[in-house]
Design a protein around this ligand. Structure first.
Ligand SMILES: [Fe+2]
Ligand SMILES: [Fe+2]
Length: 323
C-alpha cells in the first residue's frame, strides 16, 4: 500500500476524521481479507508544519491503518516531505547552504552537501523523533540527509527486498524549492550498491517525496537510480501519476506517485487517494507485471477510482516490464 501527503496539523478534525476514519478502515479491513498487504509506504508530508503536535495525531492514524492491514511495524516505511521540515528552525543555516551550493558542479556538490548536514538536520528533529521513538523504526532515521536502505526477507520469496528511502526534503524552505533541493549523488551511490560496489540483489524499491526534477542534482541522481531501482514511489504532486522516466540508452525508471491522502477543503487538493500495488515477480525478484489499484475519496466514501485514468476500469492499471 502506498499513500502520501497526510498533512496532519492542517484542517478541521471533523473533516479529517470523515476522510481518514471509519469508512477507510472498514474498506482496508475488507481488502485485507482478500489479499495480504506486505508493505506500507508513506512518502512524506506526514505533518503540515513539521512540529511534534502534528505527529501525535499522525500516530493514531498510522496505528489504525496498521491494525486494519494486520501489518507488523517493521513493514512500515516512511520518508520526509517538505511539510515535515520545521521552517522556523535555522533559517539562516538554510540560506547559507543554499548559497554554498550555488555554482557547484556535479563533481563538487556532494562534498558541500555532506558538510551542510549537521546544521540542517535539526529542521526535521520532530519527524526524526517520531520515526525513531513513536513509530519505533529507528533504522529509517538516516545518519545523513540522503537516506536509508533496509533489506527484508518476505516469507515465500526466494530473494531479498531492498527498500531505499530517500530524503529529498531536507533543503526545503518554502514555495521556492524547485531545483533548490538536493540528494547527494555520492551517498545515493552507496545506498544503491553493496559494500563491494555491486548492485543489490532482489527486488529494489525506492521511496521519496519529490520528483527528481525538483532536485538540483536530480538528473545525475535519476540516471543512477534508474539503473538500480525497479519502482520509485513518490508523493508531493497531490495527484496520482504513473510515469516512466526515459532517457536514450538508459534503463527506464517506473515511478508511482500517490495523490494527497488528505488536504482540507479549500486547500490545494486535486484528488484524495491512495494506491495498492500488486507485483508479479520472477524468481530473482525482478518485476514482470504490476497491477496498480487506485482508490479515491468520492466526497462521502472511498471507492476504486478512475478519476485520473478514465480507461482504468475499477481503478486498475496494469503495467508490464520488458516490453
Ligand atoms: Fe503535500
Ligand atoms: Fe510536499
Amino acid at each position: 500500500m502506498h499513500l502520501s501527503d497526510l498533512h496532519f496539523g492542517r484542517g478541521a478534525n471533523w473533516e479529517r476524521q470523515r476522510v481518514l476514519g471509519e469508512d477507510l478502515l472498514r474498506k482496508l479491513s475488507t481488502l485485507r481479507t482478500e489479499r495480504d498487504v506486505d508493505l506500507l509506504f508513506i512518502t512524506g508530508d506526514i505533518a503540515f508544519a513539521g512540529r511534534s503536535g502534528d505527529y501525535e495525531q499522525a500516530t493514531k492514524f498510522v496505528e489504525s491503518i496498521r491494525s486494519a492491514l494486520h501489518l507488523a511495524v517493521e513493514r512500515i516505511f516512511v520518508v520526509p516531505g517538505n511539510h515535515d521540515i520545521d521552517r522556523t528552525v535555522s533559517p539562516t543555516g538554510l540560506a547559507q547552504v543554499r548559497k554554498d551550493i550555488e555554482g557547484q558542479t556535479p563533481a563538487s556538490l556532494p562534498k558541500v552537501l555532506t558538510a551542510a548536514t549537521a546544521n540542517i538536520i535539526p529542521r526535521q528533529a520532530a519527524y526524526r523523533a517520531w520515526v525513531r521513538d513513536t513509530l519505533k523504526r529507528p533504522t529509517l532515521v538516516a545518519t545523513d540527509t540522503t537516506g536509508y536502505r533496509e533489506t527484508l526477507e518476505l516469507s515465500g520469496r526466494p530473494f531479498p527486498v531492498q527498500v531505499i528511502g530517500l530524503d529529498t526534503a531536507w533543503l526545503s524552505g518554502g514555495d521556492d524549492d524547485h531545483e533548490r533541493l538536493a540528494l547527494n549523488r555520492a551517498r545515493l551511490g552507496e545506498l544503491l550498491h553493496d559494500d563491494d560496489g555491486h548492485p543489490l540483489p532482489g527486488l529494489r524499491l525506492g521511496l521519496c517525496h519529490h520528483p527528481f526534477s525538483w532536485l538540483r542534482d536530480g538528473r545525475e541522481c535519476e540516471n543512477l537510480a534508474r539503473d538500480h531501482l525497479q519502482i520509485l514511489f513518490r508523493g508531493h504532486l497531490h495527484q496520482p501519476e504513473l510515469a516512466v522516466q526515459f532517457s536514450p540508452g538508459l534503463t527506464p525508471l517506473k515511478c508511482v506517485t500517490a495523490g494527497a491522502l488528505f488536504e482540507p477543503s479549500g486547500g490545494d487538493m486535486n484528488y484524495a487517494g491512495f494506491e495498492l500495488v500488486d507485483l508479479e515477480l520472477d524468481l530473482t525478484g525482478r518485476p514482470v507485471q504490476a497491477q496498480i489499484h487506485f482508490w479515491g475519496w468520492r466526497g462521502d466514501f472511498w471507492a476504486p477510482d478512475n478519476h485520473v485514468y478514465p480507461n482504468a476500469a475499477n481503478g486498475l492499471v496494469e503495467w508490464k516490464w520488458g516490453s
